[in-house]
Ligand binder design. Sequence first.
Ligand code: ADE
Ligand code: ZN
Length: 340
Amino acid sequence: MTLSELKNQAFIRSLPKAELHLHIEGTLEPEMVFDLAQKHGIQLPYVDVDALRRAYSFSNLQSFLDIYYQGVQVLRDSDDFFQLTHAYLQRAHTDGVVHVEMFFDPQSHMERGVSLSIVFDGIIRALESAKHKYGMTHRLIPCFLRHLSAEAAMQTLEALLPYRDHICAVGLDSSENGHPPSKFSRVFDRARSENFLTVAHAGEEGPPFYIREALDYLKVSRIDHGVGCEVDDTLCERLVQERMPLTVCPVSNVKLAVFKSMEEHNLKRLLRRGLCVTVNSDDPAYFGAYIADNYLAVQQALELSREDMISLASNSIEASFLGEADKFYWLGKLTACAYE
Ligand code: ADE
Ligand code: ZN
């Protein structure tokens, strides 16, 4: 890294920021996959860590999801979930994350016989420890797997209700094309009637009308990804008008071939159009980039200014589910960063 890159990295890390699009299962580093496989006596189809890391080369979303769902098989007991979450939070803290809204996929664990109590216990212990150690705040967002049925999602929602005090919102992830948000209207109606907020992946690989459906049918508070909105001017205007945040994951988009290169990413154009764009890491272990790496990658490739970096961090606080007092506090800190 050059001296100026190092300085930019230090500046980016110094900005208080919220990570709003992070799948905890996507933070499973190859070393941890091997450690946990050994602990549980699981035979992996890779000779070593390097071979597994070499397999992290993707042509689209589905090619990634196939490996990602294979990876989660090593998560079996609550200490595994603790170790996974703890490692991510430590790393996020060094990147200046002061607040995280974390996704997890309950169905990918329940279908393997791993109970929700095991998953919640491990994740929450780590989140509480980060709150105690770093003052880092959090929200938890279980996601429904959209390649599975709406009935399965409804059963999952019902299974989540005993844990409602730990849940802020529900989300929708996995294979986008062929699984429009409208498929889950009833489940999301029910989730809102239980006082959960809603978010959904839309416009990652899918068409702009999936974003409209997420707004109109699922009544989401944020669109996860949403980069596909750009080809639809009326939709973009609506997103600006409603100040609807997009949780953009730039390195993920390049690794999954949504954009050919970071130079071609539309984040800067969306920001200039007045959209509430945020920067996030999605599945950092699989894409080789945690949140500060994502900020740095867009800054370099799209020639963003320090003011742009501050805007992106401010958008992340504004778009979070923090209360008004916390938002006011962090936005004040970010304003001070502009004058340093
Ligand atoms: N699950 C984990 N990462 C995802 C992504 N980028 N899109 C959809 N589902 C996911
Ligand atoms: Zn995602």
